[in-house]
Design a protein around this ligand. Sequence first.
Ligand code: C2E
Ligand code: CA
Ligand code: CA
Ligand code: CA
Length: 279
Amino acid sequence: GKQTGRNNFQFYTPAMNEQALERLRIEGDLRNALDHGEFLLHYQPKVDLASGRVVGSEALIRWLHPQLGMVSPARFIGLAEETGLILPIGAWVLRTACTQCRQWQLAGHDDISVSVNLSVGQFLQKDLVSSIADVLADTGLPPASLEIELTESLMMTDVEHAIGILAGMKKLGIRLSIDDFGTGYSSLAYLKRFPIDVLKIDRSFVRDITIDADDAAITASIISLARHLKLRVIAEGVETDEQLDYLRHYGCDEIQGYLFSPPVAAEKFEQILREERVI
Ligand code: C2E
Ligand code: CA
Ligand code: CA
Ligand code: CA
């Protein structure tokens, strides 16, 4: 078996060998996936609790591998970051998501917005702000309809740099959201300095909100913090009616999760919009 510790020795097992091989293979295939058109985006509805209506969508990448089938981002985003492939992939995600959102708007769903996850590599790219501006201009998506989801660790690597980039993005008129809020190392003091619009409560807190008093307290506190800072607050990973009841009670603005809908293909998302499905 595998053993780590002071001596830090490991037995190399066939299973690990297979893992290493799979990794190599995936890395090779990842290099061509964009050219081969193997990526697609799924969209998960964000529901406004005041109106019960879908107000936004989070774009989540999927890789349709010719042999492996649907590969989840958990298996390749890290690799894409390490290899730098996240830059062309991330650019593709941004452009595709904005194009899609604009199409929904032109089909009559004027108020729908789209959220895109940003990786560290993209965040450190010199021309990030101008490339977002280009995509908005090319697709015709109103800046206010685009939200960028950033993680705390991404912003905390270099705070002064981050504040500059965030200010540049805000100037474009797009919205900024802190993803997985509460799991990272951000200092509350910085919340004041970051021009953020939305806090997104991590699924790990939402999951046990009905059974764990600590998770309930953390969730209630994040919602209260957001209110006082005049930020919107959304909970991710909402799966049950009980979780929804708690979140409503605490005054959460929006929810996202399997309870309403998993991430779905673009056509399916538009169907949900057309049906005017409410929670
Ligand atoms: P994330 O940004 O925290 O996205 C939320 C994840 O939770 C998604 O997993 C979503 O499918 C899943 N989820 C949504 N509702 C529920 C629920 O009710 N219960 C449970 N158990 N899970 C739920 P997914 O799509 O596998 O994505 C995983 C992560 O991969 C994302 O976490 C994000 O960090 C990353 N990712 C996905 N797409 C992109 C992308 O285009 N760019 C970058 N940089 N990262 C991405
Ligand atoms: Ca996210
Ligand atoms: Ca999360
Ligand atoms: Ca998240």
